[in-house]
Design a protein around this ligand. Structure first.
Ligand code: FEO
Length: 171
C-alpha cells in the first residue's frame, strides 16, 4: 500500500508530466504554423513520451493500491520569438522536471518507501537523456543561426523521429 504523502506527490507529478505533454504539443503547433513539419513531429513525439511518463506513474499508483486524482492542466505558452527560444525553454523545462523527480526521490528515501525509490530510478535515467537531447538540439540550432538552409536540413532530420515504447513496457 502506498503512503498518502507519496501518493499526493506522485499525483502532482502526473499533472506535471501531462503539462509537459501539453507544452510540447503547443510548441508543435507553433512549428506547424511556421511550416516546419519536422520540428512539429519532434514535439508531437516528445508529447507522446510525456504522456507515457504520466501513465507509468498512473499505473504505479494503481498497482500500489493508491488513488489517482487528475487535476486541471495549466495553459501552456503559445508563442515564442524563434526556434532557439523554443529549445531554450525545452531545456529549461527539462531541468525543472529533473528537479521535481529528484525531490520525489528525496521523499521516497525519507519515507523509507523502497518500491517507489526503485521505480523512480527509471525516471532519474530518463531525465539524463531528456536534458542531453534538449541541450544538443539547442546547441545545433544556435550553430545554424540565421541560415534558412540549415533550419530546413534540421527539420528534415527531426521528421524521422518516431515514438518508441521502452522495451519492458511492451510485454
Ligand atoms: Fe517527463 Fe520530459 O520529462
Amino acid at each position: 500500500m502506498i503512503n498518502k504523502k507519496i501518493e499526493e506527490a506522485i499525483n502532482k507529478q502526473i499533472n506535471a508530466e501531462l503539462y509537459s505533454a501539453y507544452l510540447y504539443l503547443s510548441m508543435g503547433a507553433y512549428f506547424g504554423a511556421m511550416n516546419l513539419p519536422g520540428f512539429e513531429n519532434w514535439m508531437k513525439v516528445q508529447a507522446q513520451e510525456e504522456t507515457f511518463h504520466a501513465m507509468k506513474f498512473f499505473n504505479f499508483v494503481n498497482e500500489r493500491g493508491g488513488r489517482v486524482i487528475l487535476e486541471a492542466i495549466d495553459k501552456p505558452e503559445v508563442e515564442w520569438d524563434n526556434p532557439v527560444a523554443v529549445f531554450e525553454e525545452v531545456y529549461k523545462h527539462e531541468q525543472h522536471v529533473t528537479d521535481l523527480i529528484n525531490k520525489l526521490m528525496d521523499l521516497a528515501i525519507k519515507e523509507n518507501d523502497h518500491a517507489t525509490r526503485v521505480f523512480l530510478t527509471w525516471y532519474i535515467d530518463e531525465q539524463v537523456e531528456e536534458e542531453a537531447n534538449a541541450s544538443s538540439l539547442l546547441e545545433k540550432l544556435k550553430m545554424i543561426g540565421d541560415s534558412k538552409n540549415g533550419v530546413f536540413m534540421m527539420d528534415h532530420g527531426l521528421s524521422k523521429r518516431v515514438f518508441k515504447m521502452p522495451a519492458k513496457e511492451e510485454d
